[in-house]
Design a protein around this ligand. Structure first.
Ligand code: ATP
Length: 367
C-alpha cells in the first residue's frame, strides 16, 4: 500500500478555507481507494507569520517541505504586509520553495467545465482545454531580490534565460503534449512557444532552444506566438491551444488571463514540479477581500489536489493514486454539470464548504 507524507501550508487569506475543502475531498478518495493513504502535517508559513515574527517560512518548515512526498499549498501574502524593499511577503515563501526545491515547471491547466458562468460567448464545455507551462525558476523573476535601485532615479531587473533551464521546461511541454489528446479545435498535438523574440535577444534564445528540443518530437506540431498576440488569441481562439510553454513572468500573466476565460481564478489549479519535488496550489492568491466570508471557490484547490495525486501516481507507478486523481476531476464535473452547486464567482450561490461537501459526496456515492 502506498503511503505519502503531505506537507500542508494553508497560508493567508482564503488559503485556510480552500485547503480545508481540498483535504476533505482527498480524504473522500482515500476512503474510496483503500490502496491510497495520505498523512497530512500542517505547517505555518505566511505573511501573517512574518508580521508576528519577522520570518515568513521558518527553516524547519522548509526542511519538512523538502522531506515530504508532496506539498499542498493554499495561498500566501497580504497586500499590507511588505518586505523592506516594498515587495510582498508571499515571494519569500513561494520563491524559496520553487528555487530551493528546483520546481522548474509551473503546470497550469486552463479548462472550461460545464455549467460554469464564463465571459466568452458561445463556447462549449471542453472547447477550452490547454495547459500553460510556466518556466518557474529563471526568466525575469530569477532576479527577485537582486535588482538595482540607483539613487531612486533608475531601477533594473535582469532576465535570465539558460539553455539548460529552457531545455528542461520545453522538454516537459513536449512530453506532456504526447500524453494529452491534442487541441479541442482539431485534435492535433501542439506545443506553442510564447515569447517576445522579435524584440529581445533573451526571448530569441528561448525560441531557439525551443526549436532545438522540438526536433526530437516531429509528431507534435510546432507553433509560435508573441506574448502580446497571445493575450488576444487566448480570448479569440482558445480552442486552438493544447500545450503552451513560456518564460516565468509571461506565464504568470497569461495563466491569470486563461483563468479569466474559464470563469474565475477559482477554477485554475496548478502544480509547481521538478524532478524530485512537487508543490500543488491554486493559481490564485489569497484574495483578502473575500477571506473569512465562506464564499471562496475551493475548486482550484480541489483540482490541485487531483494534480498532486496524478503526479504522485506517475512518479511512484501507483495506479490507485492516478485513478483517485481522475475520480476527483469526474466528481467536480458532475457537481458543476448535474448538481449545479457552485460559488458566486462562477454563477452559483453555494458556500465554500457546500462545494467541498458536494464533491466529497459525489466521490463517496460513486455516481
Ligand atoms: P497573487 O499576486 O498573490 O497571485 P492576485 O493579485 O493575482 O494575487 P488574487 O488573490 O488571485 O489576486 O485575486 C484576484 C481576483 O480573483 C480577486 O478579485 C479575488 O477576489 C478573486 N479570486 C481569487 N481566488 C478566488 C477564489 N478561490 N474564489 C473566488 N474568487 C477568487
Amino acid at each position: 500500500m502506498a503511503r505519502y507524507n503531505i506537507a500542508v501550508l494553508p497560508g493567508d487569506g482564503i488559503g485556510k478555507e480552500i485547503v480545508t475543502e481540498g483535504i476533505k475531498v482527498l480524504k473522500a478518495v482515500e476512503e474510496k481507494f483503500p490502496g491510497l493513504k495520505l498523512d497530512y502535517t500542517e505547517y505555518e508559513a505566511s505573511a501573517g507569520l512574518y508580521a508576528r515574527t519577522g520570518v515568513a517560512i521558518p527553516d524547519e518548515v522548509y526542511e519538512q517541505c523538502a522531506k515530504a512526498d508532496a506539498i499542498y499549498f493554499g495561498a500566501m501574502g497580504l497586500p499590507g504586509i511588505r518586505l523592506p524593499d516594498g515587495t510582498e511577503v508571499a515571494g519569500e515563501i513561494i520563491f524559496k520553495l520553487r528555487f530551493g526545491l528546483d520546481l522548474y515547471a509551473g503546470v497550469r491547466p486552463i479548462k472550461l467545465y460545464p455549467g460554469v458562468n464564463y465571459p466568452l460567448k458561445d463556447r462549449k464545455p471542453g472547447s477550452i482545454d490547454y495547459v500553460i507551462l510556466r518556466e518557474n525558476v529563471e526568466g525575469l523573476y530569477a532576479s527577485r531580490g537582486a535588482g538595482t535601485n540607483l539613487r531612486d532615479e533608475v531601477s533594473t531587473d535582469t532576465i535570465i534565460i539558460t539553455r539548460k533551464g529552457t531545455e528542461k521546461i520545453v522538454k516537459y511541454a513536449f512530453e506532456l503534449a504526447k500524453r494529452r489528446n491534442g487541441s479541442p479545435l482539431d485534435g492535433k498535438s501542439r506545443v506553442t512557444c510564447v515569447d517576445k523574440s522579435n524584440v529581445l535577444r533573451s526571448y530569441a534564445f528561448f525560441r531557439k532552444v525551443y526549436d532545438d528540443v522540438a526536433q526530437n518530437y516531429p509528431e507534435i506540431e510546432k507553433d509560435y506566438a508573441y506574448i502580446d498576440a497571445m493575450t488576444l488569441w487566448q480570448v479569440q481562439r482558445p480552442e486552438f491551444y493544447d500545450v503552451v510553454v513560456t518564460e516565468n513572468m509571461f506565464g504568470d500573466i497569461i495563466s491569470d488571463l486563461g483563468a479569466g476565460t474559464v470563469g474565475s481564478m477559482g477554477m485554475a489549479p496548478s502544480g509547481d514540479v521538478g524532478d524530485e519535488h512537487g508543490l500543488f496550489q491554486p493559481s490564485h492568491g489569497s484574495a483578502p477581500t473575500i477571506a473569512g466570508k465562506g464564499i471562496a471557490n475551493p475548486l482550484a484547490a480541489i483540482l490541485s489536489g487531483s494534480m498532486m495525486l496524478d503526479w504522485l501516481g506517475r512518479r511512484h507507478n501507483d495506479d490507485a493514486a492516478i485513478k483517485a486523481a481522475d475520480c476527483i476531476e469526474q466528481a467536480v464535473t458532475k457537481v458543476l454539470e448535474i448538481d449545479k452547486i457552485m460559488t458566486s464567482d462562477i454563477g452559483g450561490e453555494a458556500t465554500t464548504a457546500q462545494v467541498g461537501d458536494a464533491v466529497a459526496e459525489r466521490i463517496a456515492s460513486g455516481k
